[in-house]
Design a protein around this ligand. Sequence first.
Ligand code: PEP
Ligand code: MG
Length: 597
Amino acid sequence: MVQQVATERTVEGLGVSSGIGIGFAYVVDSGRVRVPELRIAPGRADAELQRLRDAVIKARRQVSRLRGRLRSRARAMPQLSTEDFDYLLDAYLHMLRDSRLIRGAADRISRDRLSAEAAVQAEVAAIGTAFKEMNDSYLAARIDDIREVGNRLLQQLTKANPTPLSNVPRGSIIIADELTPADTAQLDPDSVVGIAAQLGGPQGHTAIMARALGLPAVLGAPGLLDIVRSGDPILLDGDVGQVIINPTPRSLLSFQQRQGARRREEKELRRLKGQPAVTRDGVAIGLQANVELPIEMDHVVEVGACGIGLLRTEFLFLSRPQMPSEDEQYEVLRSIIVRCGGVPVTVRTLDLGGDKGGAAMIGQFGESAASPLGLRGIRLSLARSEVLDVQFCAILRAAAHGPVRIMLPMVTTVEEVRAARDILGRAARRLLRRGVPIPSALPPLGAMIEVPGAALTAEALARACDFFAIGSNDLTMYTLAIDRADERVAHLYNPLHLGVMRMIEYAAATARAFGIPCSICGEIAGDPRFTALLLGLGFRELSMAPASIPRVKKRVLELDIPKAQERAKAMMNESDPLRLQMLLDDIRTPEAERDAC
Ligand code: PEP
Ligand code: MG
């Protein structure tokens, strides 16, 4: 008998959660239940409505039980924050009460005489179409949540078995068309070693959940289910976004070596936690954290960040139809500040707009807020000064609990800073009159330098600001006219472009000349390849995703400032993109090679 040897196949996707997974495929049916569009006999509507109500109650119980199980698991796993799934499962429970989904399905039973299952299916589809037409990434993510709730109802109505994910064999790599966040939250990281799905993107809740569980994950990997069968050996690379099916011994060995090296590196990096980030010639570098969600705070503390250099407050506004109240904002900020235990927290005011526009908020602020050239960041806050006023009050109250700086996003003119300072002053005076405790000296007020016009007029801004933080992500987008959210021009997005670097250099030098602090908090601050260049340009404070801090610290410990300055000088004089890249990657140019001989 001839034995067939399976050939190695590779599927590319998006690496959304870092790490290497080596295991066996556990292919899950997405659990989606489809039902025929059945009509009911006249007079059966009440019975069908009752079936719908029963299914809602059972689905609610099922979600509550899932939440209880996850909470008890979280008690045993410190890295699993309850906030992630609490937030999500609360949203499911909310939808299982008086939501458009339930009301719509009930209407379809009474009006269109559909069976309960057909009514739920039709309503989910109608909401999905309506949301898609609005062409909004926030609503697109909500469609998944509505489908998940609809599916749970269909499972109850049809008695279909939910996908069993909580009890998979050890060493499983979950392979699916789509994994919902609730599916992901059920996974046991002791058994599962990775996740790959055909659908999903890096900003979705599934990706967030995978990162919270520390599971390597590749999403948006088309064609996966056409190739993979349960039990197939799989290699998964959550950094580059690669799934290898039936690997050759050579690929397996290479992944095992990388996994080993990664584990050794992580162990070594953990040892750096208590070590200060100081260059070989004794210059201290402040490595701070960028924080997008309060759930990241454990990680911020764990990596020993020396403060929060950028607290993106959008999370408070995005997943909801109404503005958060002053008290609510205060409570969240206070808990973050207290958690930081005396190290400074830079709170950025709302930077809604552009690709960060939540549909409900855009609904309130108008279409211009959806454009990166429209009513974004500080422009929006000044246009709706009552929103900024509430946010300032919350920040000022929270600042009574620890050191805080306030940072304005998307600043283009000095007038914007002055107007914001006036609103801040008025808010402070009002709080004082009411006897609300706030710090005696107002927190420093600074600007993000992320618009070319702001970078090039840094002198005027330096007179009006207490500090700068360079937002290289947007500065690159606006300088090069490349939409950072458009994957079709992603290959042209280059923060190393001299046009961008010269603006960064100029703004940082201007801040030094005016004696105000200047940090950098765009993605390049967390990329160790940029560390020498940034230190050479004079930065002494870098703010980055908490996970990047150990690797950047390792780089800082290897560098000394005069060499970094030399490197920066060479780079700022180099106009050839290839040579520039070589200098960044620490590869010697042919001339340097010759000089060294
Ligand atoms: C930036 O633009 O570099 C930045 C840090 O802000 P955000 O990525 O939130 O726009
Ligand atoms: Mg920005």
